[in-house]
Ligand binder design. Sequence first.
Ligand code: DUC
Ligand code: ZN
Ligand code: ZN
Length: 470
Amino acid sequence: MTRKIIRNGHIVTAVDDYFADILIVDGQIDAIGRNLAAGADTTVIDAVGLLVLPGGVDCHTHMDNTFGDSTTCDSFETGTRSAAFGGTTTIVDFAFQRQGVGVLEAIERARTKGAAGACIDYGFHVIVTGVDAQVLADMQHAIRHEGISSFKMFMAYPGSVMVDDAAIFQAMRMVGQHGGMIALHAENGTIIDLLIKEALAQGHTAPKYHALTRPAIMEGEATHRGIKLAELAQAPVYFVHLSAKEALKHVVEARDLGVPVFAETCPHYLFFDDSVYDSDDFDLARYVMSPPLRSKDSQNALWTALRTDDLQLVSTDHCPFCMKEGHLGRVNQKPLGRNDFSKIPNGVPGVETRMATLYDGGVRSGRISLNRFVELTSTTPAKLFGLFPQKGTIAVGSDADIVLFDPGEEHVITAKNQHGNCDFTLFEGKRVTGKVRQVMLRGELIVDSDRWLGEVGGGRFVFRGESGGW
Ligand code: DUC
Ligand code: ZN
Ligand code: ZN
């Protein structure tokens, strides 16, 4: 039996804020109270002056995920280690059901990858790219028997992963009856495809045309359509990477009517806007993600929505591709689209910077409370995706996934000091206050300042309960 006490920390959950000790026995929180007794067999960790937070839960990452010809540059190992350094102890990544691969086979493949490389705990959503009776049956099986209760579907990328409205509706109708939830990438794919073709025909090949061909209004249209499909199907629906006020307004409207609609946004939409797309320079490929960065007005609306619970969580959509071809042996990265913006792999890193940037830019700047910060980064993702109360809080019986966070420590974010494989971060040179000091995964210290103490393969698959029911 292993016993640890975290002494005198400032414990913050989504609802509480108090000073106490935490007793951890065999990886779980056993007791919380003042002056807990430590036996000779108890390791004591001093947390005076530190915030004691539940480990971050990032429910949108892409480790070793392949899109078209490109594979994200983080493996399960490097990506989850990087997440740990950033204060995240659980991710929900993706299993990819594509042509010729069934849902259950996709899950099996993803689990094999996770088991070999994960440094933190993990689950999967399944990306569903086609619906038939077998797929629907397998999805139902996945919810009940595989611990996988959420499925991503794309309303964009025709000819590749896009599915039509009927497929989305059928999937929603089934998961709605069985405790699952569909997560939608909401952009109108056929219109975007047309705009891309027109731009290329005019010789517009620079990265900034990625943004110009994915208008906010088409995210709004798809979001509205997705909500209507979900209403008809009587199912909850989740919007990934919501970026535009044109989409947000439909989420707000539906939620005000009591429709179970949920949405995340990502740090890049909260800290960057479309003013970056100001030249034909290929270096702007670093800002190529989907949806693209939006207007300052949208950004302000996202911050407001985080406060008012119109947006429920902040995930990273960590989908890293290097700026330099061949970095750490990774090929088909951003330079793939040097002469054609539509070939630039879509995505940016972010798993390591989420907590620090949101603490600095959200809590310290007075935009969100400390409790709300925990809710957005840990508790709500855990609740919405069937991980709570094992994950997402500090409570007796929960896994001892705990972050000791120094609220006063300043540091400068730079790709050189990050622990993933990507050769850039959008936050390069940004000075932030608030730093992850120590991270525990099920009671084991895996990060101690700059030292990695965890184990490759030490992360466990988490069998999730129902999604969207909360
Ligand atoms: N959507 C994502 O969620 N991630 C990467 C690319 C995309 O379009
Ligand atoms: Zn997407
Ligand atoms: Zn994504």
